[in-house]
Design a protein. Structure first.
Length: 159
């Protein structure tokens, strides 16, 4: 019984941590600004997103901008950008960066942060208790997808 209790506590902490798909704004990060009041509807919070520009596999400094129909942000990369995560109405975002007189842009599609958190929870539990992990995965599969949160986890622009 004494050996089971620490594992059970650990598993409960892993499960609770994985249930929070939005990490919250990074205090040192650049926060995106909304383009209108309507753009703030259905915001679940801010997700800190690491933005890097790479050339031949190495990170290079660049002046960048993230634009969408709902928010914008200007910053010097590499950077952490606090981007709104949405429960409904998440939109693609375009990252454009300029370095050494070269400008390049790429469009990123939001990912399901809720699903990512659930998958991480099932994997974490499965490592310690394979049968429990299957149970968590099965329970998550049957959950309603109505309240999913969508956002970004990382943006990398390759030159």
């Amino acid at each position: 019984m004494q050996r089971i209790l620490p594992k059970a506590l650990f598993l409960s902490f892993v499960a609770v941590a994985a249930c929070a798909p939005v990490k919250g704004a990074d205090e040192k990060g650049v926060t995106a600004t909304f383009t209108s009041e309507n753009a703030q509807a259905f915001v679940a919070g801010y997700q800190p997103v690491e933005v890097t520009v790479t050339k031949s596999g190495d990170s290079v400094p660049a002046n960048c901008e993230i634009k969408s129909s709902k928010y914008t942000a200007k910053f010097a990369a590499p950077a952490t950008v606090n981007i709104p995560a949405y429960s409904k109405g998440a939109v693609n975002a375009t990252l454009s960066c300029t370095t050494e007189d070269v400008t390049k842009a790429a469009t990123f599609k939001p990912v399901n942060l809720s699903k990512k958190a659930r998958t991480g929870s099932a994997v974490g539990v499965a490592v310690l208790c394979p049968i429990c992990g299957l149970g968590v995965a099965a329970a998550n599969a049957s959950k309603s997808k109505e309240n999913e949160i969508f956002g970004f986890t990382k943006m990398e622009l390759k030159l």
